[in-house]
Design a protein around this ligand. Structure first.
Ligand SMILES: Nc1ncnc2c1ncn2[C@@H]1O[C@H](COP(=O)(O)OP(=O)(O)OP(=O)(O)O)[C@@H](O)[C@H]1O
Length: 248
């Protein structure tokens, strides 16, 4: 997704330097309860935020609203023009080759060169001409990341991008995202159910509960992150407790 106009302007004064500002965002479906309830959230340029929360807490609704896929009916959202989204499933068009999927909707004689460069960056240089249906799950998500990055987004949203992958592939993909973020330094919002994933990757973890922020904690650990870091255990307990899960 590229060049989607900002959903609305309306940055709160205190967040003037933020890349993304959500202010008083409320969202209902029909007569139901508020799925997002007067939500305020700011993401700094280059900041990596993990969004956690139980199923139904409003994570995907927030992400879809930020992406411009869901309307803002109450409150405001400001974000950069250049945004990309990666979903749990790769959403590649099966009748287009991997490189063509990567630069779908892009113009220019150098399309293929740009596709090759970004596919090599995500470790998919050997599958440039492959058909999507011949890719493994991990490879398909690499292609989805390539398609997101080729647009040089200032804001990258990742909606449980690795949830369908096996544990080993997920670890490799987490490493890849960490490397890509270090190089590109865009703002990132990662929706995940995995507390460890949040702690491995993010600068900050936000826990959503019934459409409101229950916990918002910085993750002040050096990278690469180590499970053995005592702060890792502490932060894991904080987040699990916020989620109402009791750690072993
Ligand atoms: N288009 C829709 N119409 C009606 N209700 C919706 C719609 N989209 C979401 N909801 C409801 O809004 C609530 C929040 O959904 P959302 O998908 O944002 O939660 P989530 O935190 O992303 O959950 P999960 O972790 O399971 O993906 C849920 O109760 C869901 O049923």
């Amino acid at each position: 997704m590229n060049a989607v106009a900002p959903v609305a302007q309306g940055a709160v004064a205190a967040s003037r330097d933020a890349a993304v500002v959500v202010h008083g965002l409320t969202r209902r479906f029909g007569d139901g309860p508020a799925v997002l309830d007067r939500l305020d959230l700011a993401i700094a340029p280059g900041e990596f935020v993990a969004l956690l929360g139980h199923s139904g807490s409003g994570k995907s609704t927030l992400l879809r609203t930020l992406a411009g896929l869901d309307p803002v009916t109450e409150g405001s959202v400001a974000r950069p023009r250049e945004v990309s989204v990666v979903f749990q499933e790769s959403r590649l068009l099966p009748w287009k080759r991997v490189w063509q999927n990567t630069v779908l909707g892009q113009d220019g004689a150098d399309r293929r060169d740009r596709a090759v460069a970004v596919l090599e960056e995500v470790g998919l240089g050997h599958r440039i001409d492959a058909w999507p249906l011949t890719l493994s799950g991990g490879e398909a998500q690499r292609a989805a990341l390539a398609r997101a990055l080729v647009r040089e987004p200032a804001f990258l949203m990742l909606d449980e991008p690795f949830a369908a992958l096996d544990a080993l592939t997920r670890l490799k993909m987490q490493q890849l995202v960490s490397d890509l973020w270090t190089r590109h330094r865009c703002s990132v919002l990662l929706v995940t159910h995995d507390v460890d994933e949040a702690l491995l990757l993010a600068d900050r973890a936000v826990v959503l509960e019934r459409g409101r922020i229950r916990t918002d904690v910085p993750i002040p650990m050096d990278r690469p992150r180590r499970h053995a870091d005592p702060r890792f255990e502490h932060l894991r307990s904080v987040l699990l407790e916020s989620l109402g899960v009791h750690d072993g």
